[in-house]
Write a protein that binds this ligand. Structure first.
Ligand code: ADP
Ligand code: ASP
Ligand code: MG
Length: 464
């Protein structure tokens, strides 16, 4: 079997859904499990509707919900036209929106929005899109069957970023999905959403549908995990930043992980992990151009002679500088620092140490005040906000001389606050001012990919 995941833009309107149905029809013989996101923008809208309710602006919430309902009705009208499916689907969407109106009213009255409520609210996006897509498939003769992801994707109760319970998911997937596949059905389920063992709705965090697809693929020993999106594959940079970005034919799990972790939105950062565990290729494909070959992400791609394969960037980074004359050189200093971050469940991205200081970066400043207060008990702390990480990735970087020189020459007058290289051997990460990030990515892209290296690795976007 394979897993075919379709992102928000792949189901954003009736035409997009028709493309998806065409792709699934074509892949039918490979026994696809279809995983679908909410329609483009729906999760943002749902979050906004909750936040407006919390501010007491119930009218705004209701108007967001009405718009969202209209968008779904329009798609459903164009994708499904037979009875009794169409009225059932419309009724399903109306009921969900009605429930959300009531929930928002509760939030406005109480003036309280918990992460648990937020998950209940945002989960509706995937529940509606999957219902429409599944009925659209049935109508075109595809033996589709909708599975509520909450019966498969069991998680802990860390609402808004729940952790999947892999063993339970594997068990449930084999019980629920495998028999359907065996009987020739095409199961359709939602990405992003899950449930605690007690049946409370959770989500895996924004962009989490990719992760859902990979988890289910690993649970079912898929032959391939397909991520269908709105670009040709993994590119040499975000095409919204570097207009001449090229598509990569193949990259390694490690390269893809680093890119995703350091900001390449095309893959959720956790996507690759389940695939590595079972050595399942992940293929990133463009649902608007179903015949294009996409990017294959595998354990060991053939060696290529290009040192740099892609550039990612991530804004909203906070740098923390820690100095301690008392503790420095004393063993246990780093341990005491990391213990603080661990206590506040805040992960550290880059670390750099010198004789007198330790610098590190975090991308989630939620607990920064508490962290700084604790660090100050044994050191001096300085905080620098609104920084960005630029990450240059390629598995031959470490064995190619002169790369750092090219990077720094290309950056020119862009000041680098922190550098990290070596740990993974396949990337170099730099911390710069947030406002210079577009410039930095463009300059580095021009240095390494314009003109494009003549190796059989890069394709022009839209080429095949
Ligand atoms: P989906 O809704 O299908 O999950 P996303 O918007 O989450 O799609 O991810 C696709 C987007 O990721 C692209 O439109 C592109 O702008 C962005 N992106 C960032 N970095 C890269 C990269 N290196 N390669 C391809 N796309 C990238
Ligand atoms: N719909 C969710 C989001 O927008 C999950 C996803 O699309 O991957 O974050
Ligand atoms: Mg995505």
């Amino acid at each position: 079997m394979i897993v075919a995941k379709f992102g928000g833009t792949s189901v954003e309107n009736a035409r997009a859904m028709e493309n998806v149905i065409g792709i699934v029809t074509r892949e039918k013989a490979r026994q696809p499990l279809v995983v679908v996101s909410a329609i483009a923008g729906a999760t943002n809208d749902l979050q906004q509707c909750a936040f407006r309710a919390l501010e007491g602006k119930l009218d705004d919430s209701v108007s967001i919900l009405n718009n969202l309902l209209d968008r779904h009705v329009t798609i459903a009208e164009n994708v499904i036209d037979n009875r009794p499916s169409y009225p059932q689907v419309i009724q399903f969407c109306r009921r969900r929106i009605e429930e959300l109106r009531n929930l928002c009213q509760g939030i406005a009255i109480l003036g309280e929005l918990t992460n648990r409520s937020l998950d209940a609210i945002t989960s509706v996006g995937e529940r509606m899109s999957s219902m429409i897509l599944c009925e659209g498939m049935k109508q075109r003769g595809i033996p589709a069957e909708l599975i509520d992801a909450r019966s498969l994707m069991l998680t802990d109760d860390r609402y808004t970023s729940a952790t999947p319970l892999f063993d339970r998911i594997e068990e449930r997937s084999k019980e629920v999905v495998s028999p359907l596949l065996k009987s020739g059905k095409i199961p359709v389920t939602q990405g992003y959403i899950g449930s605690t063992v007690k049946g409370i709705t959770t989500t895996l965090g924004r962009g989490g549908s990719d992760y859902s697809a990979a988890i289910l693929g690993a649970a079912l020993d898929a032959e391939e995990i397909q991520i269908w999106t709105d670009v040709d594959g993994v590119l040499t940079a975000d095409p919204r930043i570097a207009s001449k970005a090229r598509k990569l034919r193949i990259i390694s799990f490690r390269e893809a992980s680093e890119l995703a972790y350091f900001g390449a939105k095309v893959l959720h950062p956790s996507t690759i992990l389940p695939a590595i565990g079972k050595n399942i290729p992940v293929v990133v494909l463009n649902s608007k151009r179903p015949d294009s070959t996409g990017t294959r992400i595998v354990a060991h791609p053939p060696k290529s002679n290009v040192p740099v394969k892609s550039i990612a960037s991530k804004k909203g980074i906070t740098v923390i500088n820690i100095q301690s004359t008392r503790m420095l050189m004393a063993h246990g200093f780093l341990e005491s620092i990391f213990a603080v971050f661990n206590r506040y469940k805040t992960s550290v991205d880059l670390v750099s140490t010198s004789e007198v200081a330790v610098s590190l970066t975090i991308d989630n400043p939620e607990k920064i005040d508490e962290i700084v207060a604790e660090l100050k008990r044994f050191s001096e702390v300085a905080i620098y906000e609104r920084k960005a990480i630029v990450c240059i990735v390629g598995d031959q970087m470490h064995s190619t001389a002169g790369i750092a020189d090219r990077i720094f020459r290309a950056l020119g007058d862009i000041n680098v606050m922190m550098i990290s290289q070596g740990a993974s051997e396949i990337n170099m990460s730099l911390v710069i001012e947030e406002e210079r990030v577009l410039d930095a990515v463009r300059r580095l892209h021009a240095e390494f990919f314009e003109p494009v290296p003549e190796v059989e690795l890069f394709d022009a976007v839209g080429a095949n």
